[in-house]
Design a protein around this ligand. Structure first.
Ligand code: GDP
Ligand code: ZN
Length: 374
């Protein structure tokens, strides 16, 4: 695989110029563990994809203003290659073209990157029980913010009348004109064709959506026989089960790459309060037309929002979800709190490991190289 097939482009090449002068090489991060990173270097002399383990350079660590600044899966980095006795060291992270991050729940403003440089996000849904424009709105808001392209697959088309599928697709297109919406039937192999259109050389995709909509079916088709992807996520470890090696950025046999990690899979869970509010901004704006500033949009006189529903310019269901906003936010906070407890426990452990490694590394680098701060 060439660098271009891994997603390398003019954008990254330009950012890389100063690092090239130092003799460092570009690599793309495919996995992060508590102690190091794995990265693709492009192909070796035999044309095999070369994979290395590397550690974070002290300067990158020190210069990072926060967690979101640190290299993450999908990032392009500049690596100083070591030899038999020294580690490969990440000396810099290149700028991102797109970035999926989650704001850590609670009062902190910590942001955590769950995937960098994702070009296409495929949201899988169906025109039956999973159909939910409100949820899709949130997906669209999150994808829009990341900088990736939104593609929606209205899957399981074989189970519903054609007109029904098309009406659902039309509704979603109206909801988000920037998104491409396709009707697919992953089980019958119709879906693969549509995705191939996006999975060009160097394109990175991720697949999200509720459980049971057909994500694994689709992804398994893309991988071919040798891979079994499963969307089950272990609640305790947060890890999905792959029967082959666990990598979070995986090149697909017929082109393109897939980013898949627990954070990506839970993308529907981490809609934050702000995104939730944003997705109702249009309804909120209408309330300016209500007669009373504290209008509850129930029985109050001259309510602009109810008037809009009566006039058919606002969907009743949408009004109901808007009225439930506080409940939803409350639920979100509850969920966030539960997650935070788990995350904190892991973070504490990881930072201890990282700190220990960093100390060892600084010592080692100082011993071997003299000065590591330039
Ligand atoms: P995931 O949880 O999103 O990964 O969903 P799966 O890929 O595991 O699919 C859930 C179930 O839906 C499985 O039994 C699939 O065989 C089935 N399924 C997936 N795609 C289709 C489809 O296009 N049509 C029909 N009828 N069933 C499908
Ligand atoms: Zn009102």
């Amino acid at each position: 695989m060439t660098l271009a097939e891994l997603g390398w482009s003019k954008f990254f090449a330009e950012a890389f110029v100063p690092y090239e002068a130092k003799g460092w090489v570009p690599a793309r991060l495919i996995r992060e563990t508590p102690i190091n990173f794995s990265a693709f270097l492009g192909e070796d002399e035999e044309g095999e994809l070369e994979e290395i383990d590397c550690v974070l350079g002290g300067k990158v660590w020190h210069d990072a203003a926060n967690d979101a600044d640190l290299p993450a899966v999908g990032d392009w980095v500049a690596v100083e290659l070591g030899d038999e006795n020294t580690d490969h060291v990440i000396r810099a992270r290149l700028p991102r073209r797109s970035c999926f991050s989650r704001k850590m729940p609670g009062k902190t403003v910590e942001e955590q990157v769950i995937g960098a440089n994702v070009d296409v996000v495929a949201v899988v849904t169906d025109s039956g029980p999973d159909h939910n424009p409100r949820r899709m709105e949130r997906y669209f808001a999150l994808i829009g913010r990341s900088g990736a392209k939104a593609v929606v697959l209205v899957n399981k088309a074989d189970l519903f009348p054609k007109a029904h599928n098309e009406a659902c697709a039309a509704e979603l297109r109206e909801l988000c004109p920037e998104a491409d919406v396709h009707v697919t039937s992953a089980l019958g192999g119709k879906g693969l064709g549509v995705l191939k259109k996006y999975l060009k050389k160097g394109v990175t995709m991720c697949v999200v959506g509720s459980s049971g909509v057909g994500k694994s079916t689709l992804v398994n088709q893309l991988y071919g026989e040798e891979w079994q992807w499963t969307s089950e996520v272990n609640e305790v470890t947060g890890k999905g089960r792959h029967t082959t090696v666990s990598r979070e950025l995986v090149p697909l046999p017929k082109g393109g790459m897939l980013i898949d990690n627990p954070g990506m899979r839970e993308i529907q869970m981490w809609t934050d309060e702000q995104t939730l509010r944003e997705s109702f901004a249009d309804v909120e704006a209408r309330s300016a037309g209500c007669r009373f500033a504290d209008c509850k949009h129930g029985n109050d006189k001259d309510c602009a929002i109810r008037a809009a529903v009566a006039a058919g310019t606002l969907d009743l269901q949408r009004l109901e979800s808007f009225l439930n906003l506080d409940d939803e936010i409350e639920q979100l906070r509850h969920l966030a709190k539960k997650r935070q407890i788990t995350v904190e426990r892991w973070a504490k452990r990881n930072s201890r490991v990282k700190a220990r490694n960093l100390n060892d590394r600084i010592q080692l680098e100082e011993d071997e190289r003299g000065e590591w701060r330039d």
